[in-house]
Design a protein around this ligand. Structure first.
Ligand code: PMP
Length: 363
């Protein structure tokens, strides 16, 4: 006899995480690895964070604050949002899971884009919902018209990443306004701004735009990318109403954000200058790598994040294996229709050069 296996969970597509340092070293036989598969910040985090976590600063024997009071207060002040509208998660990925549990059920419909961020598909599928995906255009951009048509079908929830992981494009003011307009009031508009800090001045602040409407929304942001705290797992949701925030809070685990992570995030917010300096270095490097890829004759999507998505014009899994032999870890896209695409994170100058040198030796 066997226990009941939830068929929705059994059938889930696998989340394809980047290789660990140890396995990349084992696979390549090299010591010097450029880890460019997970869109992390290679410069780490502010020294203020290290200080906040110094010996004895956090009471590790106490349970963490289940409501993240101090962190929400700091976020509320920074964003000019009421505390009751903010929920903090164990990474923003936990908020994607919570939103799926709270606002979808078996038979429900989630809408997103293709290629998609894994969890925008996995979490709705896990609760038995179905997922509609609108493919990127031939210009490697959002199909705003296609998304408008799909929104007219009134999905229960929209997971819209902008900047778009993996593609890199971000919606401009007109594009985002059109989608906000097209979404029925019964559709929960989830705007995932994990890479918000990297965008150029031309890209609007999605939270600013959504809060001027009457519609239900959740804006997701994270400390994993620009703030360099991916390993601590802190992200948050800004909700259009306390009622929506309460639903997310009910769908998460009680002590979801550990005490070190809460203290670190508060400290990181206190040193935004450090974050801005890292972002400036990374966006300059991103544009340099993009140009180098184009010079190799490759098609590269416009990027507003800390990563690039390009058509390698060959099997991406094989190319990723070849790059790994040179100590470079990238993310080959395995979603049907995009199997010649690679996503590469922006690293330090040395890491990016290691990637470009390895690629030039192959293509
Ligand atoms: N949303 C998007 C679009 C992402 O790319 C990521 C991380 N790759 C996440 C959410 C989740 O990030 P975290 O859980 O680290 O906040």
């Amino acid at each position: 006899a066997e226990p009941f296996f939830n068929p929705h969970v059994e059938a889930l597509p696998k989340y394809n995480a980047g290789l660990t340092l140890a396995s990349a070293r084992a696979a390549s036989g090299l010591e010097r690895i450029a880890r460019l598969a997970s869109n992390e910040n290679p410069y780490g985090c502010s020294p203020a964070v290290q200080q906040a976590l110094a010996d004895g600063a956090v009471e590790l024997w106490r349970y963490s604050d289940p409501s993240c009071e101090l962190l929400r207060a700091a976020l509320g002040k920074r964003l000019d949002v009421e505390l009751g509208n903010i929920v903090v998660g164990n990474g923003s990925e936990e908020m994607i899971a919570a939103a799926s549990r709270a606002f979808l059920t078996a038979g429900g419909i989630a809408l997103t884009v293709a290629p998609c961020f894994g969890l925008h598909e996995i979490e709705p599928l896990a609760v038995g919902a179905s997922v509609t995906k609108i493919p990127m255009t031939a210009e490697l951009d959002f199909d705003v018209t296609g998304l408008e048509a799909a929104l007219a079908q009134a999905p229960n929830i929209l997971f819209l990443p902008s900047p778009w992981n993996p593609v890199g494009a971000a919606l401009d003011r007109d594009g985002l306004a059109r989608l906000i307009e097209a979404a029925p009031a019964t559709t929960l508009f989830v705007l995932d701004e994990a890479y918000r800090e990297f965008v150029s001045d031309a890209i609007p602040d999605g939270l600013e735009m959504l809060r001027r409407t009457q519609r239900p929304y959740i804006v997701l942001r994270t400390f994993s990318k620009a703030f360099g705290l991916a390993g601590l797992r802190v992200g948050y949701a800004v909700c259009s109403s306390p009622r929506i925030a309460k639903m997310l809070a009910a769908a998460k685990t009680p002590f979801n954000v550990n005490a070190m992570a809460q203290a670190a995030a508060v400290a990181a917010l206190g040193d935004e200058a450090w974050m801005n300096a890292a972002v400036n270095r990374l966006t300059v490097e991103r544009d340099r790598v993009s140009k180098a890829l184009r010079n190799l004759g490759l098609r590269v999507a416009r990027s507003e994040g800390n990563f690039l998505f390009f058509d390698a014009a060959r099997d991406s899994a094989q190319l990723a294996t070849a790059l790994l032999k040179a100590g470079v870890v990238v993310k080959p896209w395995l979603e049907p229709g995009y199997r010649t695409f690679i996503r590469v994170s922006t690293g330090t100058v040395a890491e990016n050069d290691q990637f470009l040198d390895a690629l030039r030796a192959i293509v």
